[in-house]
Design a protein around this ligand. Structure first.
Ligand code: NAI
Length: 248
């Protein structure tokens, strides 16, 4: 399979660490110029330096539309194009029952996990249309299709990511822009370590048919495939990489 992206530019949000970094790494290894976009600029700069292949860092809070607009402008200004966007940045939010969920935290989770995805596509699509096409992957979760106790804001935001991905896919198919969403099972990143205690993490590992959590590189493989020309007939769909979690 030809999974090369030479001469193409990819913006990956939340790419300083975790799943986003693994995606950025796989794209850079496959020839893409990667824009490492993250709220943590020093982490993004370190990541870009270790990726090489012309990778650049830019600071963005995806919850702020003006910063997302500037992120897209940065990619165009420095590389002259934008071919791929991975809206990966996301937060777990506190684990609280719905009736006790703070209004502020609710909005924060939706602002990052959903509105950030909207802003990314809102500003990237016009550039891709001018380029003659592009590919977008929006990071959902298995919790984009099933529920999880004490995570109502996160579950809601991830279900919405599936919806906005389908809507965008239909609107821009004629422009050669493909849009898909990805649903990882539990992956052992900081997000999971910070939001679940050790006992819950062990329990979560056994909830996957493969009896373990996933690796960031296993998510990156799927994302890179969906971004590639090999996936030219795939748009508007949701793809899990979940070790059998949702098969039960
Ligand atoms: P992580 O917490 O390890 O890394 C997230 C990255 O996003 C960090 O570099 C952080 O600085 C950045 N970030 C956070 N808020 C941001 C903002 N407002 N603007 C820009 N950057 C921001 O998270 P992880 O686990 O790598 O998750 C990445 C994505 O994958 C998220 O959307 C998450 O919901 C999703 N996901 C994660 C799973 C897991 O088990 N780790 C499972 C399913 C989905």
């Amino acid at each position: 399979m030809n999974l090369r992206f030479d001469g193409r530019t990819a913006v990956v949000t939340g790419a300083a660490t975790g799943i986003g970094y693994a995606i950025a790494e796989a794209l850079a290894e496959s020839g893409a110029t990667v824009i490492v976009a993250d709220i943590d600029l020093s982490g993004a700069s370190e990541a870009a330096a270790s990726l090489g292949n012309g990778a650049l860092a830019v600071k963005v809070d995806v919850a702020r539309h003006e910063e997302v607009e500037a992120m897209v402008a940065f990619a165009v200004e420095h590389t002259g194009r934008l071919d791929m966007l991975v809206n990966n940045a996301g937060i777990a939010g506190p684990m609280q029952p719905l009736s006790e969920y703070s209004i502020e935290d609710w909005h924060k989770v939706l602002d990052v996990n959903l509105h950030g995805v909207f802003y990314g596509m809102r500003y990237a699509v016009p550039v891709m249309r001018e380029n003659g096409g592009g590919a977008i992957v929006n990071m959902a979760s298995i919790l984009g299709s099933v529920g999880f106790v004490d995570a109502s804001a996160y579950v809601t935001s991830k279900h919405a990511v599936l919806g906005i991905s389908k809507a965008a896919a239909l609107e821009y198919a004629a422009d050669g822009i493909r849009v898909n969403s990805v649903g990882p099972g539990f992956i052992g990143t900081e997000l999971v370590k910070n939001s679940l205690d050790e006992a819950t993490r062990a329990e979560m590992a056994s909830a996957h048919a493969l009896n373990r959590m996933g690796e960031t590189a296993e998510v990156a493989s799927l994302v890179v495939y969906l971004l590639s020309d090999q996936a030219g007939f795939i748009t508007g769909s949701y793809h899990v990489v979940d070790g059998g979690y949702t098969a039960r």
